[in-house]
Design a binder for this molecule. Structure first.
Ligand SMILES: [Mn+2]
Length: 308
């Protein structure tokens, strides 16, 4: 566990990131401009994104820039793990495209979009700035968004629930292909074990058990988050953190997870009439070509939650 950052160390982290400290003059360097009239761009009421992990090679900044350009909105919620302070401290990685994302967010705030940043565990340094603004971006512990049709959504990252759900060290989740691969490895492994006179040991059964534990964790997380939202008197909740986009009712509370921009490239959007949708941004997708997932369809079946 990390101790809470002091205001000065957090400030230097912010300054180190550089772009955050600049609130003016970013137009000059912004290579990606807003095109509100981009063909196919739909004006939305709200956009929720999280787990961008800027500052890591895994961040899909170019796809995100494409997505942001074609999804203008009145509200933009940055639901945590936007900048990966943990990784940046270990190894500096800040390409131009990551700068462009930050410039784009600042620009959006300047152009009248209400941008709210709810820090997560990877950008916990920003928690020292709760109640402050950076270039028009409001930093908040958590937020409440009221949809056009009057629903109250509690917006927070979700890492608080790690402790609640009592997750042991995180386990990797295996997709189907990898599972098939383990079955093959298992066969060879046991041929070898048999040759060495050792008893049969099922690698696949072992891994299956681990995967089941991982899936249980995701379920427990979702239920815990939804119940807390209900306890607080909200109709629903929007969170991130486990990198698993989802939208479904849990005991009468709407659970929304906006996914991530490391693996699944997903966002939650609210249309002008209050309809909520998960959007999965496809590789090379052009405006209007993104897949809009239905309300109860998981965004990524093959990839699953990784708590980071
Ligand atoms: Mn997180």
């Amino acid at each position: 566990m990390r101790s809470a950052p002091t205001a000065s160390s957090a400030l230097s982290a912010f300054n180190a990131i550089g772009a955050w400290g600049r609130t003016r003059g970013d137009d000059a360097t912004a290579s990606h401009e807003d095109h509100p009239s981009a063909p196919g761009a739909t004006h939305l009421r709200a956009v929720f994104i999280s787990d961008l992990h800027l500052g890591t090679p895994g961040c899909q900044a170019e796809a995100l820039l494409d997505f942001l350009r074609t999804h203008p909105s009145d509200f933009l919620y940055l639901v945590g793990d936007i900048v990966d302070g943990w990784q940046l401290r270990r190894r500096w990685y800040w390409p131009q495209s990551h700068n462009d994302v930050v410039q784009k967010l600042l620009r959006r705030a300047r152009k009248g979009c209400r941008v709210v940043f709810v820090p997560g565990n990877h950008d916990e340094f920003a928690r020292a700035f709760i109640g402050h603004q950076f270039g028009g971006i409001e930093v908040m512990q958590d937020a409440v968004h009221t949809t056009a049709d009057g629903r109250s959504l509690w917006v927070m990252h979700g890492d608080y629930f790690d402790g609640v759900v009592q997750c042991a060290k995180w386990l990797a989740y295996l997709g189907d292909n990898l599972y098939e691969f383990t079955l093959r490895v298992n066969r060879h492994l046991n041929t070898l074990r048999a040759r060495l006179g050792m008893p049969y040991w099922s690698l696949s059964a072992y891994l299956k058990h681990r995967v089941k534990t991982a899936l249980n964790y995701v379920m427990d997380f979702e239920v815990a988050v939804a119940h807390e939202a209900k306890r607080r008197g909200h109709h629903g909740v929007v969170c991130g953190h486990i990198h698993r986009a989802e939208m479904r009712e849990i005991d009468g509370t709407l659970y929304c997870n906006d996914g991530d921009w490391v693996e699944s490239r997903t966002a939650l959007v609210e249309h002008l009439d209050g309809r909520l949708k998960l959007v999965h941004w496809r590789a090379g997708a052009r405006p209007g070509k993104s897949a809009t997932l239905s309300d109860n369809q998981p965004a990524c079946v093959a990839t699953a939650g990784v708590v980071t």
